[in-house]
Write a protein that binds this ligand. Structure first.
Ligand code: ATP
Ligand code: MG
Length: 243
């Protein structure tokens, strides 16, 4: 039992949830270290949504709402931490949800899909094929899903696949706390915010954004600016860390 008055209560609960899901095989063991890297960057950004992250979240909403065929690509960590939030976002933007894993087994895919279905997600399933130009298992996806999407939201993505999706001409929205990662630098739009803070903000924006704001945001996407702002926020916090 984690005491509710522990100063790191939320973080400890999250770790407990991930460990529990790793024991069941939903989260890959490697996913635990990926989460640790995310937590380190969250410390640096102050465990809050910055103004530039909020701008990225509203832009992501605009992109998802105006897409012809938007897809949300879900991995083990995302399902373990945010299945309900994925369901809410899907309802607000009408995207397909497809499971795509680096450490892929049919058993893991099945467990993750069930977890998402229980949370209210409408899963895009069917036969996966090796369709992406990658040498690892993230190459597997569905022809009618990620392969034919024009806009893909990839929370906690791997740099290789992010670049491959961009090279295929897709608009790729990444959620990644590390503004230096290959994912963050190769995505069309990077949200430097924690997954469980970012998703509800995108959902909220989907519900309230006007057509004029959508247009304006889509025409002024500047990922370099968003990453620079995140790095500036982190640098400023580091410079005054011991004040
Ligand atoms: P890349 O392959 O893009 O260069 P990487 O190898 O560090 O980066 P992966 O391990 O492929 O990244 O993916 C994990 C990424 O997700 C990390 O960059 C980490 O910062 C980020 N991350 C992990 N957990 C969260 C979270 N809860 N919210 C937001 N970002 C997270
Ligand atoms: Mg990687």
């Amino acid at each position: 039992m984690i005491p509710a008055d522990h100063p790191r209560y939320r973080s400890l609960l999250t770790r407990e949830r991930l460990a529990e899901c790793a024991k069941k095989g939903i989260v890959a063991w490697e996913g635990l270290t990926a989460h640790g890297r995310g937590e380190a960057f969250d410390y640096l950004i102050g465990e809050r949504t910055t103004e530039s992250a909020l701008l990225a979240e509203r832009t992501a909403a605009a992109m998802l709402l105006t897409a012809r065929h938007p897809v949300i690509s879900v991995n083990g960590n995302t399902a373990a931490l945010a299945a309900g939030r994925i369901a809410a976002l899907q309802k607000a933007c009408g995207a397909c949800v497809e499971v795509n894993l680096f450490h892929r087994t049919e058993a893991r895919i099945g467990m993750i899909e069930n977890l998402l279905i229980d949370a209210g997600v409408d899963i895009f399933s069917g036969e996966a094929e090796r369709l992406l130009p990658l040498s690892h298992d993230r190459a597997w996806c569905r022809r009618g899903g990620i392969f034919s999407a024009d806009v893909v939201l990839v929370p906690l993505e791997d740099g290789d696949r992010c670049a491959a999706l961009v090279d295929m001409g897709k608009t790729v929205i990444a959620i990644d706390l590390n503004p230096l990662s290959r994912t963050a630098r190769s995505a069309t739009l990077t949200i430097v915010d924690e997954l469980t803070r970012a998703l509800p903000r995108i959902t909220e924006a989907c519900r309230e954004i006007s057509d004029t704001e959508k247009e304006r945001l889509i025409h002024s996407v500047n990922n370099h600016y968003l990453l620079s702002e995140a790095i500036r926020e982190m640098t400023a916090r580091l410079s005054h860390a011991l004040d």
